[in-house]
Design a protein around this ligand. Structure first.
Ligand code: ADP
Ligand code: XUL
Length: 558
């Protein structure tokens, strides 16, 4: 291993360009965090007038986008903030990053010349103003592509299963393939003027190398366009989406590969070493797999960010109807399986604002005051069109008779509203009962060995306690809730080592026997709930799924 150790006294810089912010985490050669920084889009860049980092189309057509140039300006500001804190860029041996998944950027013809000749005396923003065909990037929350989902599904053979080697079910509006079908069929003129399509991850990497960066296998696996076993573009999926697509997507590369050296722009402007490597960026959920050091099958990770996601590592490439499967970014042979909920933190904030005086303290007090199973008050809260289950915006509440008994004895009645403390508990129990039910279908052991929680809301101990009671296992947290940027910094180090070796190296070699001495270790936050309650929750969960299925039948797929 000494042959392939990290260079002493060096830094590994990881970014996370997420829905609401750009974050940075820096690890040193001992894998200890030495710096971190945040640019919050709404408050640090208020002139874009985003809410939660996005624009929602007021006509209610489901279009949700973010200004591409806001991400560029956020990078300018991030470098400025790090410079102001006297961060020594010359010590950075490698940089990598994480991007919200499924967001897309459309580069115009001529943009590669702009990228390769950036003037170090000026910020990036003004220089990139004319580089994009579409100025507002559609993101993972966008759900304006129902028609295209249906068309692709039918072109793929009419069934979701027909496309199962492409990383997940096709009928998923947040994913890229239906969106590309919509945009690329807009007009021939648009198609001719378009040079390259990037994901948020490969877009940000492109800025750093001053050239178009490849899409990596893990984030690429989420596009519904890749054969995840062969790790190549899938001809069937490309053809079902749009003609001439392959040349616009460019090459694919492993997440641990080096995308290029850092561009001269950053060497001159911030004093980076000219040999600093930029390791492929990847999606935020794959980066979290790395940052949480998830390497034991049976460990479940729950990320509570803008979206809520649940993921595990696996060797199985067969996605269930609901799960996505991506190549694991730090295991050349392995995969990760994941569920995505659109109604995560923003829906918790909405219920907090309506019922808990806009305060997490009051929200938590309500969780503490109310009993597990909530006296049979069960709720479904969708502030955004939900993917899982596919239901439109709306709140639905039920009073369950015999809620702590056998499933057969439970009877529900729809009600208007609960008292404020019960609204809070109904939301939290509803979110995690749904996760337990759906994760069971993608192969989660019951109970999981342990849960590792991350993302903004994992800082909330009362939410973690509900998770431990519902799933019946211990809940761990990491030192900092932003595992995606930590994972990106760790992947920068991993990519650096793989590059030195000239091939893949297991990431655990990097922290073998010294995990506890690094910033990567997890700590036990809440013990498993008692078994009798876990069993009661199991019956209650089945009742919830019965009601959920009925809601889906009645309100249709969104
Ligand atoms: P993303 O990476 O998707 O931009 P984050 O992982 O940074 O999102 O999480 C941001 C969210 O964390 C906020 O929307 C906020 O609701 C949530 N959050 C922060 N602190 C708490 C808390 N104490 N309790 C519950 N949620 C919290
Ligand atoms: C994953 C997904 C979300 C975004 C959020 O498929 O759509 O988790 O990655 O950033």
């Amino acid at each position: 291993m000494a042959e392939f150790s990290l260079p002493p006294d060096s830094y590994f810089l990881g970014f996370d360009s997420s829905t609401q912010s750009l974050k940075a985490t820096v690890l040193n050669s001992n894998l200890t965090i030495v710096a971190s920084e945040l640019v919050h889009f709404d408050s640090d860049l208020p002139h874009y007038k985003t809410k939660d980092g996005v624009y929602r189309d007021p006509s209610g057509n489901g279009r949700i986008v973010s200004p591409t140039l806001m991400w560029v300006e956020a990078l300018d500001l991030m470098f400025q903030k790090l410079s102001n804190s006297n961060f020594d860029f010359s010590k950075v041996a490698a940089v990598s990053g994480s991007g919200q998944q499924h967001g897309s950027v459309y580069w115009k013809k001529g943009s590669s010349q702009i990228l390769s000749s950036l003037d170090a005396k000026k910020p990036l923003l003004g220089q990139l103003e004319s580089a994009f065909s579409i100025k507002e990037s559609p993101i993972w929350m966008d759900c304006s592509t129902t028609k295209q989902c249906r068309e692709i599904e039918s072109a793929c053979g009419g069934s979701i299963g027909a496309c199962s080697s492409h990383g997940g079910r096709v009928l998923m509006k947040g994913l890229l393939a239906p969106r590309l079908r919509k945009y690329l069929r807009l007009s021939l003129k648009f198609m001719i003027a378009l040079k390259r399509i990037s994901l948020v991850s490969s877009f940000m990497a492109s800025l750093l190398i001053g050239a178009y960066a490849a899409i990596d296998h893990s984030d690429g696996g989420g596009m519904n366009l890749m054969d995840i076993k062969k790790k190549t573009w899938s001809k069937v999926a490309l053809e079902a989406t749009a003609p001439g697509l392959e040349s616009k997507l460019g090459d694919l590369a492993p997440a641990y590969a080096v995308a290029g050296k850092i561009a001269p722009y950053f060497v001159e402007r911030y004093n980076f070493n000219k040999d600093c490597s930029v390791v492929q960026w990847s999606g935020d959920n794959p980066n979290s797999v790395a940052g949480l050091t998830l390497n034991i099958p049976g460990d479940l990770a729950i990320s509570l960010g803008t979206s809520d996601t649940v993921f595990m590592i696996t060797k199985d490439t067969n996605p269930g109807l609901e799960g996505h499967v991506f190549p694991n970014p730090v295991d050349a042979e392995g995969y990760m399986v994941m569920l995505v909920y659109k109604n995560g933190s923003l829906t918790r904030e909405d219920v907090r604002n309506r019922y808990a005086e806009k305060s997490w303290d009051v929200f938590n007090k309500f969780l503490q005051q109310t009993q597990p199973l909530n006296g049979g008050k069960l709720g479904f809260y969708y502030k955004e069109h939900e993917i899982l289950p596919p239901l439109p915006v709306g709140f639905h509440r039920y009073a369950i008779e015999n809620f702590s008994g056998a499933l057969d004895a439970m009877k529900e009645q729809e009600v208007e509203e609960f008292d404020p403390p019960s609204e809070v508990r109904a939301l939290i129990e509803g979110q995690f009962l749904s996760m337990r039910a759906h994760a069971g279908r993608f192969g989660m052991p019951s109970p999981p060995k342990r849960i590792i929680a991350t993302g903004g809301a994992s800082a909330n101990h009362d939410i973690l306690s509900s998770i431990a009671s519902i799933f019946g296992c211990d809940v761990y947290t990491v030192q900092r809730p932003d595992s995606a940027s930590l994972g990106a910094a760790l992947r920068a180090a991993h990519g650096w080592l793989c590059n030195k070796k000239g091939g893949f190296l297991p990431i655990s070699d990097m922290y073998m026997d010294k995990l506890e001495k690094t910033s990567l270790s997890c700590k036990l936050s809440v013990h498993a709930g008692d078994q009798e309650l876990v069993n009661k929750y199991a019956a209650y969960m089945k009742k919830r799924i019965e009601i959920e299925n009925r809601l889906v039948q009645k309100l249709g797929r969104c």
